[in-house]
Design a protein around this ligand. Structure first.
Ligand SMILES: [Zn+2]
Length: 439
């Protein structure tokens, strides 16, 4: 474990792979040519290491972002003959406005509770904005994931709730912590019980602007969104097995998701998770280590648009979960890791102690019991497979998450390598321990 840790800290492989995925291939939206290219690229890289590689099919959404513009056309204090630009981005899965766009009055609420207090019919024919503030102080204290969880429900369900009240479109305040007038995209989920209406995230600054102006009087917005939902595309999870020397049928999954949003290049979400998982296989090869059990690299497809890749894996491997002796996913960025999240039997904490001892040298020794380790491995967790993730410093992740600023330069090479060390040491411990992790 110490040899793997030290090699991970020094070795440039993860950084080089991440650079190629982000700068060379670029954004990897589910169903896109770049996502397909990334599948082929990662598979070839894993083959070059001598891993047994296969592509496992998954049908994935194929949503394409179109034009996305908005202007205030009528508001209190307007200079005659002018409009004012509002910065926004369509939510993933959103339907389009007409090509000419829609013009309607804006109604602003903070949350579900305030929406309840509006008079009947107040939202009908209007554009409804949920201006729910991301809790930046909570994120600054290390609770980035919690802050995200509180706010993201408006992105997920807001459009449906607005549609049920007769809104013509729904806007949400971007879910994230930055102050650079950047919109944060992300998936919205329509139900079949109400009409699908266009949905977008406005920047935090524009959300506050709209709230301020609507307090003063009627505000009209002209909104144009032209995304398209094409037929589902055929895509793949990339699976690469580093075969076990004694129990090749028993596997430890080490993983990240290969798809990304399209505004940036998916460096922190989640090129980094893929790169540090690739590094686990690379270092086993470099150091000539063949653990007792198989270490299985997985690059999941379409996490951002509903985890269709993970769902396909659960179907394809349905009879084989007892042979899954552990699963790790890194999907919380690439800042400094402080330890390991684990989900499963409480005894896992005790079992992890020798691993934590080795990771103490890089400041990653804290063991945190949790129910959620990673979206793509949540199905395995539910089947009783012990699951894990690096605990990461979340103070800055949601400043860039799902924005145009999620790019390669945001990744600190030292932190990336620390995460690679956590992934590699833990994967090795799970694959080579005498008795396996408790389950
Ligand atoms: Zn992610």
């Amino acid at each position: 474990m110490e040899r793997l840790r030290d090699a991970a800290i020094k070795d440039p492989y993860a950084l080089n792979e991440l650079r190629h995925l982000t700068d060379n291939i670029g954004p990897r939206l589910s169903g896109s040519p770049q996502a397909a290219q990334a599948v082929d690229y990662v598979a070839a890289e894993m083959r070059a290491l001598g891993a047994q590689v296969r592509l496992e099919k998954a049908k994935v959404p194929h949503w394409v972002r179109g034009a996305e513009t908005a202007q205030l056309v009528d508001w209190p204090g307007q200079t005659p003959g002018t409009t004012q630009k509002i910065l926004l981005t369509a939510l993933g899965g959103s339907v389009a406005t007409t090509a000419e766009g829609v013009t309607a009055e804006v109604v602003v609420v903070h949350d579900w509770n305030q929406l309840q207090t509006l008079p009947a019919g107040a939202v009908k024919g209007k554009i409804l904005l949920f201006n729910y503030r991301f809790d930046k102080e909570l994120a600054a204290q290390g609770g980035g994931g919690e802050a995200y969880g509180q706010a993201v429900v408006y992105r997920g369900k807001g459009p449906d709730v607005g549609a049920a009240l007769g809104a013509v479109a729904v806007l949400v305040r971007s879910v994230g912590g930055a102050d650079f007038r950047l919109p944060h995209t992300g998936m919205t989920f329509y139900s079949d019980s109400v009409p699908r209406i266009p949905a977008a995230a406005v920047t935090a600054e524009d959300a506050d602007l709209l709230e301020n102006l609507t307090r003063q009087g009627a505000v009209k917005l002209h909104l144009t969104l032209t995304p398209q939902t094409l037929p589902d595309a055929e895509s793949y999870n990339v699976i690469a097995d580093w075969k076990g020397s004694e129990h090749p049928e028993q596997v430890v999954v080490v993983s990240g998701h290969l798809d990304s949003w399209d505004l940036g290049t998916g460096a922190i979400d989640d090129g980094a998770g893929v790169a540090v998982s690739m590094q686990a296989i690379h270092l086993l090869k470099e150091l000539g280590i063949h653990p007792k059990r198989t270490v299985r690299f997985v690059a999941w497809m379409s996490e951002e648009e509903g985890s269709q890749g993970a769902a396909a894996y659960m179907l394809d491997h349905a009879g084989d979960f007892t042979n899954h002796i552990g699963a790790i996913e890194s999907d919380l960025g690439s800042d400094h890791p402080t330890g390991i999240y684990y989900s499963g039997k409480p005894a896992l904490g005790q079992w992890l102690r020798p691993v934590a001892q080795v990771l103490e040298a890089i400041g990653a020794e804290t063991l945190v019991d949790t129910t959620e380790t990673g979206e793509d491995i949540s199905g395995l967790t539910e089947k009783g497979v012990p699951s894990f993730a690096p605990v990461q410093d979340s103070r800055f992740y949601f400043n860039y998450h799902h924005t145009a600023a999620d790019t390669f330069d945001k990744v600190d090479p030292r932190h990336l390598n620390e995460n690679a060390a956590v992934m590699t040491v833990l994967a090795y411990a799970l694959a080579d321990s005498a008795e396996g992790a408790p389950r």
